[in-house]
Design a protein. Structure first.
Length: 303
């Protein structure tokens, strides 16, 4: 999932999970899927949100060089690619991070699974008053988004920065009640994500969703702290290729993941389309699967 996706987890609760996908043709998985499926000139349909992103033309070309024909299926909203994959309309999708997939699996009863990582889009802490996290005085107020998914991630960023401590240690479902106020250096205030940029002068610092950074007259380089891609708490926000469980070992699909992760032109396109914010990753698949299982359990325990 691109950085746009980090703000849409809550949409799962508001939009029907199974969207009618008019006009979608039968996926090639009928003839090419399965743990051993692999053949030259196989057509693989991949669902994306943002077909115009610059990594995709390079990816399609690189796949063709390996004898794989990739057909990109562009969806207009984030609610569509997972049902399309589950129903066999497409073979793979690449638009989401692990938290989003966990929410979908839990809500739908499906077992879609990650088969490879693409990148993470760090979430940043910004300030117009301080140039370094260490300069923020104790007792000052820091703003975070008020929607559940972004708030949890924002709190984990603040904990990584040493500004707060979370009672749970930090999960994708942490909220303000999880903040240990006695052990934290700052107070945390939740605001609507869209108004945080204009509220920045009123607080010591704020977590600003990637989509609103430029609206605040800032650049991503202005962040005084952000996710550490190597930190365990960032793993649930790694973007992934997802497949149906029975296709987890499909050789062609795994080859496509390898192409995405290693092709120089694809990687250049990924960086350019993200405004130089993407951090490309080659996270072991077993770590992605373990993270998915943990997030799904955490989500269930929150009910």
């Amino acid at each position: 999932m691109s950085r746009r996706t980090t703000s849409v987890i809550a949409a799962l609760a508001a939009v029907p999970l199974f969207v009618a996908l008019a006009g979608c043709a039968t996926a090639s998985s009928e003839s090419g899927s399965g743990s051993e499926g692999s053949s030259e000139n196989e057509v693989v349909k991949i669902g994306v949100v943002g077909k115009a992103d610059e990594q995709w033309p390079a990816f399609v070309e690189a796949a063709a060089d390996e004898g794989i024909t990739v057909e990109l299926v562009d969806f207009g909203s984030y609610e569509q690619p997972n049902p399309a994959l589950a129903e066999g309309e497409i073979d793979l999708n690449q638009f989401q991070h692990i938290v989003y997939l966990a929410e979908y699996n839990n809500a739908s009863g499906e077992d879609l699974t990650p088969i490879g990582s693409t990148a993470i889009y760090p979430l940043g802490l910004y300030s117009t008053k301080y140039d370094d996290v260490k300069d923020i005085p104790k007792g000052e107020t820091v703003a975070v988004p008020d929607d559940a998914s972004n708030q949890a991630r924002a709190l984990n960023v603040l904990q990584q920065a040493g500004l707060i401590e979370l009672k749970s240690g930090g999960t994708p479902y942490s909220d303000l009640a999880d903040v240990d106020t006695e052990k934290s250096d700052v107070k945390v205030k939740a605001l609507e994500a869209a108004i945080i940029p204009t509220s920045l002068p009123d607080v010591a610092a704020a977590i600003i969703n990637n989509d609103f950074v430029q609206d605040a007259g800032l650049t991503f380089d202005d962040a005084i702290a952000q996710d550490d891609p190597e930190d365990a708490s960032a793993l649930p926000y790694v973007n992934i290729f997802a497949a149906r469980a029975e296709d987890a070992d499909n050789e062609t699909y795994l080859k496509l993941v390898e192409i995405f992760q290693t092709n120089e032109d694809v990687q250049k396109g990924l960086l350019k389309s993200s405004g130089d914010t993407a951090v490309a990753l080659q996270t072991p698949v077993e770590d992605l699967v373990a993270s998915l299982e943990k997030v799904q359990k955490d989500a269930e325990s929150k009910k």
